[in-house]
Design a protein around this ligand. Sequence first.
Ligand code: C2E
Ligand code: MG
Ligand code: MG
Ligand code: MG
Length: 283
Amino acid sequence: KAKLEQAGSIVFFSERMGLDAMERFYTAQALRHAVGNGELRIYLQSQCDTDGKLVGAETLLRWEHPDRGLVSPTTFIPLAESTGFITTLDRWVIDQMLEMIHQHQGELGDLRFAINISADHFAREDFVSHLITGLHHHRLSGHHLTLELTESVMVQELRLLVSKLRALAGLGIEVSIDDFGTGYSSLSYLQHLPIQELKIDRSFTQDIGGNQSGRAIVSMIHNMAAELNLRTVVEGVETEEQWQYLKHYPNTVVQGYYFSKPQPMDVWLAANLSGKSRARHSA
Ligand code: C2E
Ligand code: MG
Ligand code: MG
Ligand code: MG
């Protein structure tokens, strides 16, 4: 009987795999069309320092599928990563952001916009040169940009990695390590990297309220960052309790639903920029 059950479950399993593969195939195809069809949207989520001053925003991609509604990036980004399409998506976001920065140059002050970059895209030989071309095209320096990379970029050869990061720094672009603490960071690597920021993963933020060990991890990352002269960003701040705990940390930026949810880019810009250059455009 066990054998039958086993056999049955194998059949069931492979059927499911087939459907999943099909589903993935069609979704991947639809995603390719999404760019040309104008179905992609950029959302922005505010980042503030612990005095409450707005310092920038993270760009988060959304897919407005005509039938399925808003598709989460946690679904389509991994799919795009596995099909190699992620470079096209990341570059689309970069392009849109450079265009926006160009249009609003006069009213951005010190604001920085953090863009998520997938490891495979970053690993490309032409990553930096493509970015430089984009900046030149819009006649911009990189000082309104932060790139969020994950710990997985550290699989690259250290010398190559450092030279890319130096090139970015030379353009005025800052680099943040996203979801810090969840990957395979080599701490000895970290001290050699010309980066500016560690972004503490949401899973640690959630534990701040609960128990002592959750706080221990957050405070350990803060202390290490301070030693390395890095700023921290705490992502996923949702509660008053978490905020009360975090607001005493020096050199920290906070981001999360407690302060604001990601908003469509135009909504965010209208709410957070002075509107000086918009007024000028329409005058
Ligand atoms: P991430 O870069 O770690 O982004 C943070 C995620 O946490 C976002 O999810 C954001 O909406 C969500 N979040 C923000 N505040 C809170 C909070 O207080 N509570 C909770 N529970 N969640 C919060 P989202 O927008 O679904 O994005 C998921 C992931 O997709 C991102 O994680 C990032 O890895 C990836 N992603 C999004 N846009 C892009 C993109 O343009 N390019 C690439 N390569 N990846 C992207
Ligand atoms: Mg991010
Ligand atoms: Mg993150
Ligand atoms: Mg995260």
